[in-house]
Design a protein around this ligand. Sequence first.
Ligand SMILES: NC(=O)c1ccc[n+]([C@@H]2O[C@H](COP(=O)([O-])OP(=O)(O)OC[C@H]3O[C@@H](n4cnc5c(N)ncnc54)[C@H](OP(=O)(O)O)[C@@H]3O)[C@@H](O)[C@H]2O)c1
Length: 426
Amino acid sequence: MIVIGIDPGSIVTGIGIVQQTQMGLRLVTQCEIRTRAYRTFNDKLKKIYDEILKLVALYSPTHISLETIFFSNNVQSALKLGHVRGCVLALAISQNLNILEYSPKQVKRIITGNGNASKEQVAYMVRIKLHPSTSEFSRIAYGWWRLLSSDALSTKNIEKRINTCLENNITTFDHADIYGSYQCEAYFGRVLKQIPSLRNQIELVTKSGIKLVHPDFPERKRKIYDLHSTHIVQSLEASLRKFGTDYVDVLLIHRPNPLCDFEDCAKGLTSVVETGKAKYVGVSNFSAWEFETLQSFLSIQLVTNQLEISLCNLKSFTDGSLHKCIERRATPMAWSPLGGGKMLLEPYDELGRKRLDMLVMLSRKYECNITQLALAWLLLHPANILPIIGTNQTRRIAEASYAVQIKLGEEDWFELWEVSTGARIP
Ligand SMILES: NC(=O)c1ccc[n+]([C@@H]2O[C@H](COP(=O)([O-])OP(=O)(O)OC[C@H]3O[C@@H](n4cnc5c(N)ncnc54)[C@H](OP(=O)(O)O)[C@@H]3O)[C@@H](O)[C@H]2O)c1
């Protein structure tokens, strides 16, 4: 079944096309029809009609789903909305589409459980696909890299931290085989083994590809990168044992390797997906061309590139790596989205001072704190950057999750861009 969902409007009409598959719902495409530039109302209706007709011809939906009309105080707007709906309904009838209608309250109830939820609460619940073919992940993820620098290593404390994340809609957890000198996954796994029902409530991301010198591997004389299929499979199997689960949601290649045999690396990634050990695969710290080279050896999609992205590290905005994600419909994940905390502390240079001053100024405007603002700045980017926060303080997890409710204005986005690059836009 393919459904074309339409949120009609006389200025912007939002469209999403979804397909019911054996794996669940899949987002086929989404777009907007903008009609502000059309002079007469009839021209706007014609534009909406023509564009939807093109989509129907292209994707052959069987159903059309429309939001029912709601009565606002503005009668003119309600009437115009009625005309747009009439135009869409006429098209649906002429194309023999089954018509489904939902009230805004029904939609809110389905997403949040409460029909009277605010727009902010709806935004708060929104989840994201890493690629149109994947299941959903939380809009902000939590990373366990710093776990061993905290003194809260008891299973009880880790469980508490996981629960704080879940209470704040953070369900995606980022790991790597090497974190905490190969120990972090095992600490996390103790909780998973105690509470097996947790596994279905979370998404696990882990990484492979770095070999550290470590007493468990006496044959290693120095740190190297190893992206051979055998290492990829073996390290994921070790991660699964530590987690006490039989699959991760995403396996990432941790870093590119100048000596990479891409064909063999692709063979390893394909094998972990085919054997069900990983639902999806992706990369981390890859340049655009490294991403494309590996993708060219794969028939499955790389669903993400986990990159260092923050107001302190803007490289990916201009080196093509973010744009490669957009081109490949892969959602980038941002590691150290707060610059590892350094952008929030006393700045050590002039640029840092100006950036912090701007963050403080804008945080007053948006009635939030600077952490939330720095994350909201990333969230506004059209690549749908998914930040991975790494605080060891539960209070800060809850605070950071509020960032998804802040919609930064584009002018303020550019203010932060300019102070962070240290240059006026031309
Ligand atoms: N793919 C890769 O190569 C790669 C590399 C690095 C990291 N990662 C992933 O990314 C995750 C996040 O990285 P990250 O930990 O660097 O992220 P981050 O959220 O940018 O930084 C976290 C650090 O910032 C500090 N911090 C947070 N809020 C603060 C505030 N208001 N004032 C002062 N300090 C503050 C935290 O200290 P407190 O603990 O005291 O709050 C913590 O030390 C990692 O856990 C890991 O999963 C991936």
